[in-house]
Design a protein around this ligand. Structure first.
Ligand code: NCD
Length: 362
């Protein structure tokens, strides 16, 4: 059974196939209007969401399928103490495919170990958000005509921003990508991504402290919201929340064909006046999210039919190791649920398979 838990669960060729299917859907809506007739998508959203959940719902409806689910953990059996594993075993009897958003990092991976239907990670804590990445890739393809030879600046909350983590992983697999990180010291990109994704794939990556110094060379500026809900210290959030603000004056420094992306919701980090700039692509990005989710649901259901019981989803290039070590990340699903303790081996130690926190050095 194939799932989408992490961007790298699907190869570059498979990403291209999904993007090409999304492009075909855009051109030929009618052709796809009943390809999922009789199929059901369950949306299990344990964390707030507007766009992602409704985007999945509308995607399945446009494919002719049906949708069931919940949009709030408080209205699910989690309040009775049910585990993720049990919930997905049960929902697998009602639905053909599941999209799950959870505040615990790695919860969708746990789900994929127990479900008989494909699981889609719709965002897990501050860890990953692979369907936003597919949305971003489709947008970049449509706006720039390519996914290689690009300089992309990531600005804002690079520590807790799961969309950034997943997109860097995805972009690092294309040729001639340059990454520029624009973040306050406290919200820097997790070092494992810098080391094990950027450095390992020879992606030139540098950190800068102002937008001004880098704007003229960017092809893409990826803005993000400071992730209020992930802060333990409210004062720190207040101090950092307006660190970087994109406004029309700053846009004047950028290339004529640079695009501005943002996964949304936007708070203060892009002023409303930027919305009228043709380079502001973030609302076009939202619509691409629906098309790419249509392509993803359709593709995963096809794969499920072709090879229903393949065991664990293949994490490309990675073998999982079972051990009795414990992950110390309190936001990891392994901190609250009884799960198998699984790890990735890296060059210099081991990382938790659920949240990617380092657990052991060599
Ligand atoms: C993002 C998320 O949930 O991580 N939103 C989304 O899915 N489009 C970004 C955010 O919440 O800031």
């Amino acid at each position: 059974m194939r799932h989408l838990i992490d961007t790298t669960d699907i190869s570059v060729a498979e990403v291209d196939r999904i993007i090409n299917t999304a492009l075909d859907i855009i051109e030929n809506r009618e052709k796809y209007s009943s390809v999922c007739k009789g199929k059901k998508l369950a949306t299990l959203f344990y964390e707030p969401s507007t766009r992602t959940r409704l985007s999945f719902t509308s995607a399945m409806m446009e494919l002719g399928g049906n949708v069931l689910g919940f949009s709030d953990a408080a209205s699910s059996s989690v309040t009775k103490g049910e585990t993720v594993a049990d919930t997905v075993r049960v929902i697998g009897c009602f639905a053909d495919i599941i999209a799950m958003r959870h505040s615990k990092e790695g919860a969708p991976l746990v789900a994929s170990h127990y479900a008989d239907v494909p699981i889609i990670n719709a965002g897990d804590g501050s860890h990953a958000h692979p369907t936003q990445t597919l949305t971003d890739l489709l947008t970049i393809r449509r706006e720039k005509g390519r996914l290689d030879n690009l300089t992309i600046g990531f600005c804002g909350d690079l520590k807790f921003g799961r969309t950034v983590h997943s997109l860097i992983k995805a972009m690092s697999r294309y040729e001639n990508i340059n990454v520029v990180l624009i973040a306050p010291e406290e919200l820097r990109l997790p070092s494992y991504i810098r080391r094990e994704v950027c450095d390992k794939n020879n992606v030139p990556t540098r950190e800068v402290s102002t937008m001004e110094e880098v704007l003229p060379e960017l092809d893409i500026l990826y803005m993000t919201r400071v992730q209020k809900e992930r802060f333990l210290d409210e004062e720190e959030f207040e101090r950092l929340k307006d660190s970087f603000i994109l406004n029309p004056e700053r846009m004047q420094l950028a290339k004529k064909d640079m695009i501005v992306l943002h996964p949304l919701p936007r708070v203060n980090e892009i002023t409303r006046a930027v919305d009228n700039d043709p380079r502001a692509a973030y609302f076009r990005q939202v619509e691409n999210g629906k098309f790419v989710r249509m392509a993803l649901i359709y593709t995963l259901l096809q794969w499920a039919q072709e090879s229903p019981a393949e065991g664990l989803t293949p994490r490309l290039g990675d073998e999982l190791v079972r051990n009795d070590w414990r992950c110390s990340n309190r936001q990891c699903v392994s901190a609250t649920e009884d799960v198998d303790h699984l790890f990735h081996q890296t060059e210099d130690g081991y990382r938790c398979a659920y949240c990617e926190a380092r657990v052991k050095n060599n």
